[in-house]
Design a protein around this ligand. Structure first.
Ligand code: SAM
Length: 301
């Protein structure tokens, strides 16, 4: 029997909070919606292959979880122990693997696994059955949740697809006072080898750009969330050849290029990319580096 479809509604926290567009921003909204649709489509297509390809993502998720609180805080200082039910939000849950870890870790909480990609959510519902997990279709930049509804927000390698300021604004709105946001994201320098190889092959804008660590730090300093931890750790993966590398990105669904100016990858372009990438081959293989930011923020009381 197939599981019921993913609902937009999450027990107790549903609210219609989608911001209305002004007439002047319709074009931008449309372009934005198209980009989001491409991101969602590519991740949906990758749902079946994601977990097997997610070597780095699993490593980063484990490290992100080191920032989680030992226990969930009560709403007011001094009222510890009174609250028996909490809500945790996993932003960009993907296949739901880490929502399950959160539900098992905090036995007094309901976990909401939210994602833009319906294919990911369908996969999560099929493969991850837990009485305290709700799956929710939603956009991190405009969450379908009431203000002050959530005790803890976790997110690993998802918010780099979003506008960081908007994410911080939404996180601050949705968190309860005293609640924490524990996350990982990417910084400038991520995928730099692939970018350089494409440039050497005469192709620009084939790889997404990420804001620098300092720019992201400034953005969060300007938000009303309090920084408890914010650090950068590079991770490098090695591939036997360019085809394996590109296939791996596709299997993860991270092959959406936001600038989308490159056109089709022809055999000739691929050959030029291979030739360029071979120049930086190391004994372990062709390197691909991710600059990973780990953060813990708190919403003040
Ligand atoms: C690289 S996967 C990470 C999945 C999971 N957190 C993990 O650690 O394996 C990124 C996920 O973020 C989701 N995502 C991207 N942009 C999003 C948005 N604006 N709102 C909600 N989810 C989004 C994608 O659909 C995808 O499932």
């Amino acid at each position: 029997m197939s599981p019921p479809p993913v609902q937009h509604e999450v027990a107790g926290v549903r609210a219609d909070l989608q911001p209305a567009s002004s007439a002047s921003s319709v074009t931008t909204d449309l372009a934005n919606a198209r980009v989001k649709q491409r991101i969602a489509d590519n991740f949906s297509r990758a749902a079946d292959s994601y977990d097997q390809a997610a070597i780095l993502q699993k490593r980063v998720a484990a490290r992100t979880m080191l920032g989680l609180p030992a226990q969930l805080r009560s709403e007011q200082p001094g009222s510890e122990g009174l609250q028996i039910s909490h809500r945790i939000l996993d932003l960009g849950t993907g296949t739901g693997l880490h929502s399950l870890t959160l539900a098992e870790r905090y036995d007094n909480a309901v976990v909401i696994g939210m994602d833009l990609a319906m294919g990911m959510l369908q996969f999560a519902r099929h493969h991850t059955s837990h009485p305290r997990i709700d799956w929710c279709s939603g956009d991190i930049e405009s969450m379908p949740l009431q203000s002050g509804a959530v005790d803890l927000i976790y997110s690993s390698l998802a918010i780099q697809w979003c506008n960081f300021e908007q994410v911080l604004g939404e996180v601050s709105r949705v968190l309860k006072p005293g609640g924490a946001f524990v996350f990982s994201t990417l910084a400038e320098g991520s995928l730099k080898e692939l970018d350089s190889a494409w440039c050497l092959a005469g192709e620009k804008d084939r790889v997404n750009r990420f804001d620098s660590f300092d720019t992201q730090k400034q953005r969060l300093n300007a938000s009303d969330l309090v920084r408890q931890a914010f650090s950068l750790k590079p991770e490098t993966l090695f591939y036997s050849n360019v085809i394996t590398l590109l296939r791996s990105l596709k299997a993860l669904g991270v092959n959406t290029v936001l600038a989308d100016k490159g056109g089709l990858v022809t055999r000739r372009k691929l050959a030029a990319l291979q030739q360029a990438y071979e120049k930086i081959r190391q004994p372990e293989g062709l390197p691909l580096t991710y600059q990973v930011i780990y953060g813990v923020l708190q919403k003040p009381y």
